[in-house]
Every structure is written in C-alpha cells, then in structure tokens.
Design a protein around this ligand. Sequence first.
Ligand SMILES: [Zn+2]
Ligand SMILES: [Zn+2]
Length: 251
Amino acid sequence: MSQINYPKFANECLQELIEKQDVFNVEYDIDGYENWFYNDATGLLTFSTGEEEVNFKYLRVGSLSKNSNTWKWSWDNDMISPDAKEKLNCVREFGEKYDFDKLTDGYFESSEEEAWELSAITAKLTDGIGVYRPVSEHLLVFIVVKEFVDTESAQLIKERYIECDVHDYRRIAFVCKHLNHTSKVGFEESFETHENMELEEEEDFQAWCDECEKVRQKEGGWNDKSMVFANIKLVCEQCYFEMKELNLGYK
Ligand SMILES: [Zn+2]
Ligand SMILES: [Zn+2]
C-alpha cells in the first residue's frame, strides 16, 4: 500500500477547496443572499432573501469550540443523528487506511486553520462542492455543501419535518387528538414502527388510541365520521415514540 504524506495531502485538499469555493460562490451568488439557515434534520442548507431561496444538501463535518480550541467530528457528537454520522464513514475509513489520527480521533485540541483542513479533506472524499462555516454561539460549525436541490424538491423534503418545542426539527408524525404524554389511551399504528426507522416515500408515522380504534372498527375503516372523532394532529417523530413507549412499554 502506498503511503500518503498527511500535511501534503491536507494542503492539496485545501487548495482544491479554495478553487471549488470560488466556483460555488459565483455560480449560486451566495453572497447575494441576506439569510442562511441549515437544518440537521432535513439536511438542507438554505440561503434566502425574502421569498427567493436556494437550497443544498449538506453534511455536517464537525465543530470547533472557540472556548476550548477543540475540534469535534460530527460522528463523535451525540447530538447528531445516526444518519448524518454515517455520511462521514468514508472519511474515517480513509483515516484508518492511512493511519491519520486526526481523521479517526473524535475529539482533540485544534485550531480554525486545522478545522478548514479537515473540512477540505472531507469535501474531497465526499465530492463536496464547497464548505460553509456558520457560527453558533462559541462554536464554528463546518459543513460540506454536497449538491444543489431545486426549490420544489426542497419544499417536499421540508414538508416531511416539523419543528417541535421540545425536540427541535424532526420528521412529522400523525396521531389522534387523544394521544398524549401523560395517560395511557392505547396505541394503534398503521404499520409496525421502530425508532429511527427509514420510511418509504408514501409512508407516514400514524397512530391512534383505543377509542378511535373502536369507532374505526364500527365505521368499517377511516371515513368522515371516524376521522372527525380522531381529529388527527401533527407531532414530531420523537413525541410519537414517547407516546408509543408510554402506552406499549417499548419504542
Ligand atoms: Zn383517539
Ligand atoms: Zn417532539
């Protein structure tokens, strides 16, 4: 196996990123937008001015703490979803293959310069088109921009998520008005679910209580009458599984 010199490799990635970054900024006129927003649940980075917006898929590389001057890879961060972590597997594997500690250690002392290097390496290994670095309190967050998403597709992705007061952005779930976080009322589902499961395009998390099930049975299924009785409300995925656990004892 041929060896790679880490500093040389990191520097090459950085130079490559600088070129990519110019193309990205010019092609999408990134500086021309007033607002930016990234959402770890949808995986979308949005730049907008009023109604006008441009969206990209991204992957969260990691963050640099200005307080402690430490770098934390996203795969080492408990706040990040398993899905988002998985996208960094190829970087870790590359690090293991060539024995690059900085790509395999989750958390270490670092600097902003190095954070750019790590992000440039990630951009190279994941075919990113640029890197964006929003600031969140004392954290510099580094994200690799993956690909442009047209507005209509971005809208469809966003519609599958909901902002919960407790759990932030999560996938949307549907429950009858009787399901709640404190009392057991039964938990019927449209199909067997488990936490963090992948859903097909046309699938949604849907659950209802025992009373709703009685009405549904009597009506021979979901019709106007049973739907009015259930009066379905929207909750986040996490709330859904908390209600499931309360009623069934498992998620
Ligand atoms: Zn109900
Ligand atoms: Zn919630």
